[in-house]
Design a protein around this ligand. Sequence first.
Ligand SMILES: C[S@@+](CC[C@H](N)C(=O)[O-])C[C@H]1O[C@@H](n2cnc3c(N)ncnc32)[C@H](O)[C@@H]1O
Length: 211
Amino acid sequence: MNNKLEEYILSHIDAEPELLKKIDREAHVKLLQTSMISGHLQGRFLKMLTQMIRPHRVLEIGTFVGYSALCFAEGLDEKSEVHTIEIDDELEDYIRSNFAQSDIGDKIKLHIGDALQIIPGYEDESFDLAFIDADKELYWAYFEATLPKIRKGGYILVDNTLWYGKVIEKVESNDWATKAIVDFNKKLAKDDRVEKVILPIRDGVTMIRKK
Ligand SMILES: C[S@@+](CC[C@H](N)C(=O)[O-])C[C@H]1O[C@@H](n2cnc3c(N)ncnc32)[C@H](O)[C@@H]1O
């Protein structure tokens, strides 16, 4: 999307909450790879989608600094919660301090570890909504691990499924991330356990509904 159109969109949607602005700004100063953060537009989208779906339990794979987890929490009612999983234990204190600054931070349960080891420990069909946003090369594995944990009629969102537009270009033989996303999109298109739609928001978000 060109910058002017993006500016237009951002000035005509709900403002980014001050805490999320601060988290984003501080991450840009202290950390690398800050383009991983969902950001203003996608964050407002995640909140509104949560309000529409009204999940009791949300599962997130890939916390990073906690930006998207806070957006899900914003959309939840009092009794509902987000379980977010982050593999990088060096981020733990940073994430916990971000959640502690929010008055809805207590709706979020942070788990430090590998999502592929943690997810099998959850009861089947115990989540209403999941967000896959971690290592691109493992997308299909996260999806297969997550699907049994989602109730029938529940949703899985998958981030970055257009991967900077590279999914429609010739893939370099050593570009493992692009290969994995292309492979994920191809397999998902044929998967009749679920309904799916790709939205061209930011870097592409696939919405999946379990039949
Ligand atoms: C794209 S960032 C998440 C951004 C965050 N969801 C947001 O939108 O603000 C991906 C995160 O996934 C984490 N990650 C990678 N592999 C993982 C795994 N197997 N289990 C849990 N987290 C993982 C990375 O360390 C990184 O912090």
